[in-house]
Ligand binder design. Sequence first.
Ligand SMILES: *[C@@H]1O[C@H](CO)[C@@H](O)[C@H](O)[C@H]1NC(C)=O
Ligand SMILES: *[C@@H]1O[C@H](CO)[C@@H](O)[C@H](O)[C@H]1NC(C)=O
Ligand SMILES: *[C@@H]1O[C@H](CO)[C@@H](O)[C@H](O)[C@H]1NC(C)=O
Length: 300
Amino acid sequence: MKYSLYLFAISALYPISHGDVGDFSPCVNYFYRDWPPSGIEGTPICQNYENRYHFATLYSRERRSPWFSAYLYTTPAGKRPKGNWKYEPQLANSKADGAMVRFPIPPHKVDQNVVESQAVQQDYTNSSYTRGHLNPSLHHQDRIDRRSTFTLTNAVPQTQESNGGPWADLEDHVNKTLNQYCFGRAHIVTGIIPYRVDRWLKDEHRVAIPEYLWSAYCCPSYSQNLPESLRKTFPTFAAIGRNDPNSTEEIVPVDRTKKENVGYDVRAMSLADLEMYLRERYRREITVFRNQCLESQDYL
Ligand SMILES: *[C@@H]1O[C@H](CO)[C@@H](O)[C@H](O)[C@H]1NC(C)=O
Ligand SMILES: *[C@@H]1O[C@H](CO)[C@@H](O)[C@H](O)[C@H]1NC(C)=O
Ligand SMILES: *[C@@H]1O[C@H](CO)[C@@H](O)[C@H](O)[C@H]1NC(C)=O
């Protein structure tokens, strides 16, 4: 009797997780040295699709959008998959299956519990923002990995000018750099910086809009023959991109000599500088990669 009560108390305190929401342990391999970034609080999601994990996301239920997604880069092949957007059933019901599910095709509607628990397609309809991938499909070789990035738990409201402009250029630059000069594993974490006072899609207080996007990679094993321009971009590299042309310029200055996408600039910087800007806005110490990704040169 005493024994079973004791067991009951333990399992009530530490519910045994059978799912993919609430715990990074089944997908901790997507983080450098199995170590998720520290300092940001949210709901862990191990992104499961077609019976496999593909990446990890720290989700904000309050903002109905992610804080960051973390993944392993692989050389892209083939063309961009069709974007069949999906949602995470376990955010609505912890007993649901953990795999992401495609949104029903209208006039079929998604369950109201899903609508309450996360962003849905209607949030983006008629808004002036696109569904910006944090983990982009083009940083993956595998077809299923690519498709798995089309889940709204991996997307934030991103302006078209950023998404199709300087942010896309950054993703290309990272692709080319890692492809050519990274020999081992490359861990990437891409996240957001919130406004000081939150702003919401269509002012509906459902899906929060980020003021900036940031991204950082960690590639501990890399070429010793780096061109001068890339010397400072290994083992780590980071960048912050503007999502609002009206933002002030302390974090990312605006190049007004450009012809297009003025005000949506992306600024490359060191990992230390990124962490400094994150600390300022989040008002706490944030570490993206354990020990600055400097633990070992033979990490493959
Ligand atoms: C989008 O706008 C159209 C035209 O104004 C309207 O009919 C439709 O209901 C809107 N959809 C959403 C999801 O707000
Ligand atoms: C990624 O980089 C490789 C090597 O430079 C290049 O061949 C490929 O076209 C790039 N892929 C995309 C989608 O840009
Ligand atoms: C930037 O400011 C202009 C002028 O006040 C305004 O029309 C525009 O909507 C603002 N853009 C954003 C993204 O807030």
